[in-house]
Design a binder for this molecule. Structure first.
Ligand SMILES: NC(=O)c1ccc[n+]([C@@H]2O[C@H](COP(=O)([O-])OP(=O)(O)OC[C@H]3O[C@@H](n4cnc5c(N)ncnc54)[C@H](O)[C@@H]3O)[C@@H](O)[C@H]2O)c1
Length: 240
């Protein structure tokens, strides 16, 4: 049985990812600030990805209960914004950096050693959830754009550090997806209905979290090795 760590596991994309992975036979330990349901094959840790000891505890739990760690999905994040960069308080950049970047860094820092020490490093996958904001400069989201571009840089450097180990690293960049974060983004822009974000995608609809989770789950698979060091765009054809 493959075993995964998923951060942001109580959120829209994170919880859909947990469901997908379980359907594919994984055992999963989730981490989130919020509670999430547990089953025989899903454990959940309430904690903050800014705290590396929380993530180390989740990895140690997976190793103690299921004996291995094959996959880590770093999906926990916040969105902040609503003003141009020069009017944005520095505290907002600090929070985005700490949660959206350091949280991914912390997840990799605790998960990768367990993967390298495990029985099958060649099947191990680190997947970070970035964003269309990691490719484009979306207006009034200066700190979020910077943080998500940093996530892609982190993944590329991690893949280079993992050279020839068999463990791979990839970023998945969703477009507008129907979750609490999209509602929050609409609020930042003063948009009444997040469905309006459909105009930015060639699909002309927002994505369902399960569609993004399907892409993430492929990236987690043994067959996902060829994606190493890259960015997978799960954005329905995003055009800002
Ligand atoms: N929804 C979208 O349109 C969209 C688009 C592009 C990228 N993304 C990315 O997808 C990922 C998942 O977002 P989502 O849309 O499911 O949002 P969401 O708000 O539904 O889920 C995010 C989860 O992260 C958790 N979280 C936040 N801060 C945390 C912390 N410090 N420690 C632990 N958990 C924390 C939240 O409690 C929440 O459950 C994020 O990385 C987000 O940036 C989302």
């Amino acid at each position: 049985m493959r075993v995964a760590l998923v951060t942001g596991a109580a959120g829209g994309i994170g919880s859909a990812t947990v469901r997908r992975l379980v359907e594919q036979g994984y055992a999963v330990v989730g981490v989130d600030l919020e509670e999430a349901p547990e089953t025989d094959t899903v454990a959940h840790v309430v904690g903050d990805v800014r705290d590396r000891t929380v993530l180390k505890g989740a990895v140690d739990f997976a190793l103690a209960r299921w004996g291995r760690l094959d996959v880590a999905v770093a999906a926990a994040a916040v969105i902040r914004g609503g003003q141009p960069l020069w009017e944005t308080p520095e505290s907002e950049l600090d929070e985005l950096w700490d949660v959206d970047v350091r949280g991914v860094w912390n997840t990799a820092a605790v998960a990768v050693p367990a993967m390298l020490a495990g029985p099958e490093p060649r099947g191990c996958r680190f997947v970070a959830v970035a964003s269309a904001a990691a490719t484009y400069g979306l207006f009034h989201l200066a700190g979020y754009n910077a943080a998500k571009h940093a996530v892609v840089g982190l993944v590329k450097g991690l893949a280079a550090d993992l050279v020839a180990t068999g463990v791979t690293a990839v970023a998945v960049s969703p477009g507008s997806t129907n979750t609490a974060m999209l509602d929050a983004t609409a609020d930042l822009y003063g948009i009444a209905d997040p469905v309006a974000f459909a105009d930015n995608q060639l699909l002309r609809r927002v994505l369902d979290p399960d569609e993004v989770a399907a892409t993430i789950a492929f990236c987690c698979s043994v067959d996902g090795a060829a994606l190493n060091g890259g960015v997978v765009h799960a954005d329905g054809g995003f055009r800002p």
